[in-house]
Design a protein around this ligand. Structure first.
Ligand SMILES: C[S@@+](CC[C@H](N)C(=O)[O-])C[C@H]1O[C@@H](n2cnc3c(N)ncnc32)[C@H](O)[C@@H]1O
Ligand SMILES: [Zn+2]
Length: 317
């Protein structure tokens, strides 16, 4: 079976403890930090630098995060089984993303893709511009089942090459300070448990004057997404509505449940930790010492997505 992920020697040399940032000792199947006494084993063939709190002392917010992350991972596994061909309907979108990266952003050097999943973004860079690319994501099984999805490999040919990958949280990166030229954060701020901490970590691992590229669906700014918008309720004709009401009055539970679905719309932030406002994203960049040097809005139907480049600013001494 082809190998879809790896961890190069050069990447191993960049690692440090995700908790206390000390050097770790490496073995075939684990990394260990003597300074804080934490061990990070290999699980399912992937080095796992996630902080695994015992259930009874999980930080606040982690329970909601786990539930949403679990939904995301289960969704991806279902896609793998059921909706394989759907990916081919996105070929144009993938192509325009590639063009946008080439035309709008000058990404060169080493790239850390935080929440990078299978490292699909590496298809947007040439290996001469980006000689080192690492994807990190808490989804340990990101690469499982690629073999059974030829359509996915067709849409993202870069997946056929093994990707530098390890499991960790954006909020606790296992990389030494000032290591990367770019941090890529695509559709992840609405998934993070603590986006503020994640941006502080992005700042830390970037070299001086390094850059963060954020891509995110937001409200506000030039976005076409309304704040507080709900999902469309299911539309049914007035006659069907009448019949439903009649059946419900006759005590048919199934009809009552369907009627509930028709009239209740779920908030749009389902499956996300939160929805972001453009102004808050700018403020987050400023507070974490990034100067925004570029902003690019996508056209409809992706008109809610903004891309922001932030340059790491040194602290005034
Ligand atoms: C919508 S997907 C985006 C994946 C990829 N960046 C892309 O654009 O194709 C969100 C990703 O964020 C990851 N994620 C969720 N919480 C995270 C965290 N705390 N740290 C790092 N990644 C996280 C998920 O596992 C998932 O792969
Ligand atoms: Zn440590």
């Amino acid at each position: 079976m082809p190998k879809y992920h790896k961890i190069d020697r050069a990447v191993k040399g960049m690692l440090c403890c995700p908790l206390c940032k000390s050097s770790m000792t490496a073995a075939e199947d684990q990394f260990a930090c003597a300074a804080c006494g934490t061990v990070f084993p290999k699980r399912k063939g992937v080095f796992d630098f996630r902080i695994s709190h015992p259930e009874y002392c999980r930080p606040n917010g982690m329970a909601k995060w786990s539930q949403i992350q679990n939904e995301f991972e289960e969704g991806e596994k279902r896609k793998k089984r059921k909706r394989r061909k759907k990916i081919l309907t996105f070929l144009d979108a993938i192509d325009s993303a590639r063009k946008m990266y080439a035309e709008e952003f000058d990404i060169r050097g080493s790239v850390l893709d935080v929440g990078g999943f299978q490292g699909r973004s590496r298809g947007y860079f040439s290996s001469s511009d980006v000689p080192l690319y690492v994807s990190v994501d808490p989804f340990l099984e990101s690469f499982e089942g690629i073999d059974s999805q030829p359509e996915l490999l067709q849409a993202y040919p870069c997946l056929a090459q093994p990707c530098n990958f390890l499991a960790c949280y954006a909020e606790a990166l296992p990389f030494r300070s000032k290591t990367f030229d770019w941090v890529n954060m695509l559709s992840v701020h609405d998934h993070f448990c603590d986006p503020y901490q994640a941006m502080i970590e992005a700042y830390r691992v970037l070299k001086d004057n390094g850059h963060v590229l954020i891509g995110l669906a937001v409200t506000g700014g030039e976005s076409n997404m309304e704040a507080g918008r709900k999902e469309q309720p299911v539309y049914v004709s007035p006659i069907v509505q009448k019949v439903l009401r009649l059946l419900k009055n006759l005590g048919m539970i199934k009809a009552a449940k369907y009627e509930l679905k028709v009239y209740s719309a779920k908030p749009l932030d389902d499956g996300h930790m939160c929805r972001w406002q453009y102004e808050d994203l700018l403020d987050l960049c400023k507070r974490t010492n990034f100067a925004v040097t570029k902003e690019h809005w996508l056209k409809p139907p992706y008109g809610a997505c903004v891309y922001i480049v932030g340059e790491k600013q040194p602290l005034d001494s």
